[in-house]
Design a protein around this ligand. Structure first.
Ligand SMILES: NC(=O)c1ccc[n+]([C@@H]2O[C@H](COP(=O)([O-])OP(=O)(O)OC[C@H]3O[C@@H](n4cnc5c(N)ncnc54)[C@H](OP(=O)(O)O)[C@@H]3O)[C@@H](O)[C@H]2O)c1
Length: 279
């Protein structure tokens, strides 16, 4: 059992994703005073800290040597800035990291090897690939611990995300598959929702009613799979009477190539992520 309320956690770069992860960490039990945020300016940090219910590193440690003091004081350091800032940020962070502190990187495309080099061979290292629904406490996160990261450090990383996400441990080489299946996937579902809402409007519903119909059905369908563990095929059979409306709808979607198209989209996301990492 990991006790998070005794830990000090600093999120460096609490923007869209770092901010969502900071909320997840608050939800996991880290207190407002012990969750410290640090953005590029005092103003932006204060705004994020107010919005999330966390402390500003500038207020807590003063405006001189803010980053160094925050890092030196932290049991967990979350990297939430853009990947292209790593080269400039790492030398400012690395000398101050406590020996046993856990570094959690959200940086897409920065491998464990790159991170280990950037942080002078620090071993308590976990890459995390969350998706945006973590912002509402329903994310999915792929965790990739470093080879030398201990079991208790891995458990700590899981505990940070567990209240707001489905946590999946993956080997690092599968990160691109995670991007195809989860990282980019909210956008596929948003697109499907958009198309269905437009069609419901075309069939005469107001946009508000169309949205209720489609989004409510999406939430309900996801809950069926999530809460019962039923396989998608069997859940679909339960809605599909022989010769009925659903059977005709499914036949039309299959004729349009829905399976191949979804697979192609997922493969395109994974492939693009792979190429980005090679650059
Ligand atoms: N968005 C996603 O779906 C997603 C998914 C998985 C992983 N990621 C990863 O998450 C990371 C952040 O992406 P994002 O979309 O959240 O970007 P973002 O909203 O632009 O956030 C970047 C954050 O970094 C801060 N920052 C910039 N320079 C800094 C400095 N010198 N010191 C401290 N903080 C600094 C920014 O602060 P200011 O606001 O003050 O400039 C901002 O809070 C990236 O590495 C990305 O690969 C994103």
């Amino acid at each position: 059992m990991v006790h998070l309320n005794d830990l000090t956690v600093t999120v460096i770069g609490a923007g869209n994703m770092g901010g969502a992860v900071a909320r997840a960490i608050r939800k996991a039990g880290v207190g407002a005073e012990r969750l410290v945020l640090l953005n590029s300016s005092e103003e932006s940090t204060a705004k994020a800290a107010r919005g999330i219910g966390a402390a500003s590193a500038f207020e807590k440690y003063g405006s001189d040597a803010t980053l160094a003091s925050a890092v030196a004081d932290s049991h967990v350091i979350v990297l939430g800035f853009k990947p292209y800032h790593l080269q400039a940020m790492a030398p400012k962070i690395a000398p101050h990291v406590q020996e046993g502190a856990l570094i959690v990187s959200l940086l897409a495309g920065a491998s464990l090897e790159t991170l280990s080099e950037a942080f002078n061979g620090h071993t308590a290292l976990v890459r995390a690939m969350p998706n945006t629904p973590i912002a509402v406490g329903k994310g999915v996160v792929g965790l990739m611990p470093g080879e030398q990261t201990s079991e208790s450090e891995r458990e700590l990383a899981r505990a940070l995300f567990a209240q707001s996400s489905t946590v999946v441990d993956i080997p690092e080489h599968q990160v691109h598959g995670v991007i195809g299946a989860a990282g980019s996937a909210p956008a596929y579902f948003f697109l499907i929702a958009e198309v269905m809402i437009d069609e419901a409007v075309a069939q005469g519903f107001t946009r508000a009613v169309a949205t209720d119909l489609v989004v409510g059905t999406m939430v309900g369908s996801a809950s069926v799979l999530h809460e019962t563990g039923e396989a998608p095929t069997s859940a679909r059979y339960a809605v599909t009477s022989p010769g009925g409306a659903t059977a005709q709808a499914i036949a039309a979607l299959e004729e349009g190539g829905i399976r191949a198209l979804m697979a192609r989209g997922m493969r395109a996301a994974a492939e693009t992520s792979r190429k980005m990492e090679e650059r």
